[in-house]
Design a protein around this ligand. Structure first.
Ligand code: G1P
Length: 292
């Protein structure tokens, strides 16, 4: 079955990006000139997904405003036959149907995913977390979809991370099946000390079979008293085979300040329009501040 639908949870409170996240959703914080959620929708569209559900909270209405504005902008450019402008925007609102639903209470990522049940129906679906931006030649979710095409079951996007960072993520216990592909034995959300299984983290991209909904409807709150998607996937892996795939690409965690800065600097360095001027500036400023 082809993956046609994607869910983008964007209802999280953004506590790691205070105070700006009190008035601007962290998903709207820009990398250069467009918000992170724009890049994420673009990734889904570039992977062939047409129907996208964004899960927002009451305070995040501005995400819907952004895409409405983008759609009007695309229309204007297309009336003016400004193909260059259109191309640079990615034409994402033209190529996709974006729907919204509201998570009523901040009860966690697993709870947010429950709101996608009617949208998804009885099909496997993609999940792209709203604050994980992944820069890669082949869109990250497309990489997972290709693994899904081979195995026809849930696929989790994973990467090896430094030991000290594993406590920030969903953590994998798995068996290497072939290069970059693991069979999932168990998962734990943000493990502490002796709970740590490995240095492999689940990083914001998932293909999930619809069996997850029944599990999430019945699961108890986990870490931080929230309904954790990781706990749901752990139970799913006990019922059916779940794979993990080490995807290619540079990942930015925009939900924290350092990740946001790294993304802006690296995207600027890649920008054909002003990278040369930017490099000159960075070298000059780095020299001035380097006191070593
Ligand atoms: C969420 C997930 C976690 C995953 C992480 C990736 O955590 O719960 O399993 O590893 O995203 O960014 P959050 O960063 O929202 O706390």
């Amino acid at each position: 079955m082809r993956i046609k639908k994607a869910v983008i949870p964007a209802a999280g409170m953004g506590t790691r990006f205070l105070p700006i996240s009190r008035s601007i959703p962290k998903e709207l914080i820009p990398i250069i000139d467009r918000p992170t959620i724009h890049y994420i929708v673009e990734e889904a569209v570039a992977s062939g997904i047409e129907d996208i559900l964004i899960i927002i909270s009451e305070e995040k209405q501005s995400i819907t405003n952004y895409f409405r504005g983008l759609s009007e902008q695309e229309l204007k450019l297309s009336e003016r036959k400004d193909m260059k402008g259109l191309k640079s925007l990615g034409m994402i609102t033209e190529k996709s149907n974006i729907y919204y639903t509201k998570q009523e209470e901040p009860l966690g990522l697993g709870d947010a995913i429950r709101y996608a049940k009617d949208f998804v129906g009885d099909e496997p679906f993609a999940v792209l977390l709203g604050d994980d931006v992944i820069y890669s030649d082949k869109p990250c979710i497309k990489q997972l979809m290709e693994v899904y095409d081979r195995f026809g079951t849930s696929i989790l996007g994973v990467r090896k991370v430094d030991k000290e960072n594993i406590i920030k993520y969903g953590n994998l216990k798995g068996q290497l099946k072939e290069d970059k592909i693991y069979i999932v034995d168990a998962l734990v959300e943000k493990p502490v000390d002796n709970e740590i299984y490995s240095n492999i983290a689940v990083l914001g991209r998932y293909i999930i079979t619809p069996g997850i909904f029944e599990i999430l409807d019945n699961i108890e709150p986990g870490k931080d008293e929230e309904i954790q998607l990781t706990d749901g996937l752990n139970l799913l892996a006990q019922k059916e085979t779940v794979y993990a795939y080490e995807f290619e690409g540079r990942r930015y965690d925009i939900g924290n300040k350092m990740g946001f800065l790294e993304a802006n600097i690296e995207y600027a360095l890649r920008d054909e329009g002003f990278s040369q001027d930017f490099i000159k500036y960075i070298l000059k400023i780095a020299e001035k501040h380097n006191k070593i």
